[in-house]
Design a protein around this ligand. Structure first.
Ligand SMILES: [Zn+2]
Length: 283
């Protein structure tokens, strides 16, 4: 018999393995970590990625079940509005923020006359599409939900009972809250990013400035020679700062163009050479 290893815990599988849609195998113990209410769906829809996502989420949200305090109950669905959690058929607790969409609907609607008024009776459901755990829940809300019937384009239509509408309000509010949270997170991230890039710019400027300052001190003999050439000197022997300044001023005057404007690159070169020679003088 071929030996089989669990793709999650790497242990040997003694009983027959549970195979996911991508062919990955789970031992019985790992398979049982899939929530009971999801097993039928998971068996035909989950690959190892879906499994691993759920296990990671579950490990980080072990407290959800003990936090759960139902604020709204209808049929098989309980909702905890404060912690944004929901429970299907009183079993596992799942996060509302992982619902991608939901739909309310009626099944087997019967329209009856009740005290001169038409009313719809039917079973009401909510279908929840969840990203985590990956699942589609069909949750029964009521076996005998009733709603007023109204005419539209010659056909009888029914509204939703107050409790279903209340559920819709809660879920819609959660969706709005989620959207706000997402936007706030995005804004916070953008702010942090801006601060970081500003800090980086300031740091770069500081580096540049300190490099400029250090340059005369760190100038190589090559830099000094070039500066000496520009100042038409063979060495710094017998030269002091006052003499250097005198030569610099003369050079700057000489590089003035005819119309009295100063050639900025030339004057910059002269000043740089002056700083280098001054540095060499005091070295
Ligand atoms: Zn395993």
């Amino acid at each position: 018999m071929m030996m089989s290893k669990c793709d999650h815990c790497q242990n040997r599988i003694i009983a027959s393995p549970k195979v996911l849609t991508d062919g990955s195998r789970l031992c019985f113990k790992c398979f049982l970590r899939i929530p009971n209410s999801i097993i039928p769906f998971a068996k035909v829809n989950w690959n190892y990625h879906d499994y691993a996502n759920w296990i990671e989420y579950e490990e980080n949200h072990k407290n959800d079940a003990s936090l759960f305090k139902s604020t709204f109950m209808y049929g098989d669905l309980s909702i905890d509005e404060e912690h944004m959690l929901y429970k299907v058929a009183g079993r596992e607790v799942f996060p509302i923020r992982m619902i991608s969409q939901y739909e309310l609907f009626y099944k087997d609607v019967e329209i009856q006359n009740v005290m001169f008024k038409k009313k719809a009776f039917g079973r009401s459901f909510v279908i929840i599409d969840s990203l985590l755990p990956k699942c589609r829940f069909e949750v029964k809300l009521s076996d005998n939900a009733s709603a007023d019937v109204y005419m539209e384009n010659g056909t009888y239509m029914h509204g939703y009972p107050a409790k279903v509408l209340h559920l819709k309000r809660i879920l819609d509010t959660c969706f709005v809250k989620m959207e706000e949270e997402r936007r706030a997170k995005e804004a916070e991230y953008r702010k942090k990013y801006q601060q970081k890039s500003q800090q980086k710019q300031e740091y770069n400027k500081k580096q540049e400035r300190s490099q400029k300052k250090e340059r005369p001190v760190n100038s190589t003999s090559d830099d000094v020679n070039k500066a000496l050439n520009l100042f038409m000197l063979s060495s710094l022997d017998g030269i002091d700062e006052q003499k250097l300044r005198h030569i610099r001023n003369g050079l700057i005057k000489a590089f003035h163009s005819d119309n009295g404007e100063l050639d900025s690159t030339q004057s910059q070169r002269i000043n740089e050479a002056y700083e280098i020679l001054k540095g060499a003088l005091h070295a």
